[in-house]
Design a protein around this ligand. Structure first.
Ligand SMILES: [Zn+2]
Length: 294
């Protein structure tokens, strides 16, 4: 049976055994950040040059079909070790972390990133990692491997949204004796929260949310999803999306290399380009949310 100790041991061993990983963890501890504060929420801009590959990743079908999938076992660096977390999934350290204790949790099969049938697995993982937040980037909402099912995990207490949604005004969407669903719209972007004790109920809440969201070309609705435990309950937070990247995304001089995924929606804006980090302001942050948040 998997316990968090196994994750901790894997992390410590990988720090000793894998140079690239230990260097990037060290760099992360010296990373430049700045905070922007509004009345009910804050955003931390993080200058993280190591993320340029992921933020700048082309994710069109042609590029994806022609690259070696970095989440498939046979293509992973030989130093990268994994642990089975639940049947069908491996726990790996993320060699280019954004936050402390950042893990990637790929399916052992090369199968497309898709949430509807796999939300139960995500909840199962959250139950096994009570000190972590598990998250999911939709194939058009921040995932840099949309062709390979995976979740991620980071240690709790690092993303601004975690505290902010506790204090924010919540509008009740539905309630039964098992749990409830709520809506928040005063933290600069919108999110839906569900909480209950039972996994099957949380799956049912998630499916209700899923069916309410628009889907384009029969693809899954665009979203970022967080699952974690809070006050002895299971907690689901969905940030619905309408766009993958803002229209000012790009590598040209007057553009922004910003490709929001769950962590950005959670309040940490990852900026791999120094010029973008130096010039980011509240207006730009608001414009990103206005364009990508549903
Ligand atoms: Zn793969």
């Amino acid at each position: 049976m998997f316990t968090e100790d196994i994750a901790e041991t894997l992390y410590e061993n990988q720090l000793k055994e894998w140079d690239i990983f230990s260097k990037s963890v060290e760099q992360l501890s010296n990373i430049e950040c700045k905070k922007f504060q509004w009345s009910n929420h804050s955003i931390i801009a993080q200058f993280n040059p190591a993320r340029v590959v992921s933020t700048g990743a082309k994710i069109d079908a042609k590029t994806i079909a022609h690259r070696k999938c970095f989440l498939c076992d046979e293509n992973r660096p030989k130093e990268q070790k994994g642990e089975t977390i639940i049947p069908g999934y491996s726990l790996l350290v993320n060699p280019y972390p954004i936050l402390k204790r950042h893990f990637t949790i790929p399916s052992i099969k090369h199968t497309p990133q898709c949430i509807y049938d796999n939300i139960g697995d995500m909840i199962e993982i959250a139950k096994l990692m009570p000190n972590y937040i598990i998250f999911y980037n939709g194939p058009q909402s921040g995932a840099s491997a949309p062709d390979h099912l995976h979740f991620q995990a980071v240690a709790k207490g690092q993303m601004p949204f975690e505290d902010e949604i506790e204090k924010a005004d919540r509008f009740l969407l539905s309630e039964n004796k098992e749990g409830k669903m709520m809506f928040i719209n005063n933290i600069g972007r919108k999110c839906i929260i569900a909480e209950c004790k039972r996994k099957d109920m949380l799956v049912s809440f998630f499916h209700q949310i899923y069916h309410q969201l628009p889907s384009i070309n029969k693809l899954e609705p665009q979203m970022n999803v967080f699952v974690y435990t809070k006050n002895n309950k299971l907690r689901l937070v969905v940030f619905p999306r309408k766009k993958h990247r803002p229209d000012f995304y790009g590598t040209e001089k007057d553009k922004w290399l910003i490709s929001p995924g769950a962590i950005d929606m959670g309040g940490i804006f990852v900026l791999p380009i120094k010029d973008n980090f130096d010039t980011i302001d509240k207006e730009t942050i608001c414009a990103v949310f206005e364009q990508v948040s549903l």
